[in-house]
Structures are given as C-alpha cells and as structure tokens.
Design a protein around this ligand. Sequence first.
Ligand code: ATP
Ligand code: MG
Length: 259
Amino acid sequence: MSTDSIGGQALRSRQATFVGRGVELDLFRATLDDALGGRGTTVFLEGEPGIGKTRLANEFAGLATSAGALDIRVRSEASMAAVPYLSLRQAFRRAEPKLERRVAEVASAAELAAVVSVIPDLTRFHPNESARAGDAGFVRDAFASLVARLSEDVPILLWFDDLHWCDRETIALVPSLGRAIRTARCIVLGTYRDDALGLEHPLPSVLHEMNRARTATRLHLTTLTPEETDELVQQMLPPPLASNFAAQYTSVRMAIPSS
Ligand SMILES: Nc1ncnc2c1ncn2[C@@H]1O[C@H](COP(=O)(O)OP(=O)(O)OP(=O)(O)O)[C@@H](O)[C@H]1O
Ligand SMILES: [Mg+2]
C-alpha cells in the first residue's frame, strides 16, 4: 500500500491545515508581545510522541517570523547526542549568514574565545587564538549574553526541537539562556517528549531549576478535542473513510464511562 493511500483510497493531503491549540497560541502571542518589548522568556512544549509539539512550535515560529523575528531552529536527533553542540552549530550555520559576523562584532575578545568552543565556525573572527575559553559556566553565560545582545538588532526565536535528544552541553545552556533573555527581545522554545526523560537524563533538573527561577513556562500538550480530531480526519481521509472513522470514534467514546 502506498503511504498516500489507505485501503486503495487516496489520502487527501499529507499535511492537514492546523487545527485547535487556541489556548497555547494565545499564550504564545502574549509571550511574543512581551519579548518584542524586551521581556523575553523560555517556553517548553512537552507531550507524548506525535501529539503535535513540532507542529505547534511551527505555528509559534510563523507568528514570530511574521513579527520580524529570526527563527533559529536547532534540530536534534538521537544520533547527535554524543557530540557537544553539534545541532546548535548546524542551526547557526543554517540561520542568517550575517549572524556569525554580527556575533564577532558584538562579542568581547574573552566572550569570542568562549563562544568559539560552542560554534567553531567563529574561529575565523577570533583574533587571539591563544585566549582561553574559560570554564564551562563562563562559556554558557557568554553564549547566552551574546544571543541576548544579538536580539537588539533583530528579535530572535531560538527553538530547540526534540530537546530530549540534545547533547548534555546544549541542555546545560538553556538555564543560562533563560536568565540572559529576561531583558532581551528573544524567546527560547524547547519541545521534548516527556516520556523520554529517564532517571539519568539532564533535562528534568534544568526544568526544575528554571521553574524555581520562574524563567520558563511549561505547556503540556494533550490530545485534540473530539471536534478537532474530527476536523483533522475530514481533511486527511477521503469522504467514505472519514465518515466511517468519525462514527466509530464517537461510538467508542460513548462506550467509555466518564469518571
Ligand atoms: N494541531 C494540529 N493540526 C493539524 N495537524 C497536526 C496538529 N498537531 C499535529 N498534527 C500533525 O500530526 C503529526 C504529528 O505531529 P508532530 O510531528 O508535531 O508531533 P510531535 O509531538 O512533534 O511528535 P514527535 O515526538 O515524534 O516529534 C504531523 O503530521 C502533524 O502535522
Ligand atoms: Mg516533533
């Protein structure tokens, strides 16, 4: 069977029009207004695989870029977790080409020496090869304050998709970013599967720390409402399958006793 058909019936579209999530979108609009006014924050989107984290984050990014923000998207994969800052580096390389030059302009020599260990591409702007990078805390704070300063030129959405797969070093950057952007035109957005955070995972302590410092908002995504699910099904499936699905879905729901 082709991936574009079910039971011989062609699927209507691969990507349905976005539905629902009105509460989260309203919250993000308010967050974006604050950030554009120089009060940045961090937003986490958590939920089970496939619940719609990336799709919603994509809607957030659309709102941010429509408001003139630069979207720096850090995409992680399980295979990248062993290499410090790899996905972050790739994101900076993909982003606005002028960004690296601007980093070099606004950073002090000590900050540049530190930030080079996060983004080695900046080495060409780094005049003093022998300058020491500083300890890990200094590197994190230097990177975070640079992101905050860059957002003076253009608002920034720094989006980490699939944070649960990010390397430890990148995850450790997030609280520093959260502190630095409180007075910046920047939003840090992180999505993660909350069922993927085992005992050894570094993310829960970061979430705890940022929760205590009140530098982050955590949004837990649950399933779409039955009406929204129905809307999605109508878009995705050809009519006979869609009505069949909706009828069966309704009868299953009616058979589940409400608590
Ligand atoms: N609100 C929505 N409106 C329309 N389509 C949606 C919506 N939410 C999710 N989808 C669709 O459902 C599928 C899964 O969504 P998505 O990839 O965002 O899930 P995810 O939570 O990021 O999953 P993962 O944990 O695997 O990264 C995608 O095809 C996406 O386009
Ligand atoms: Mg996703």
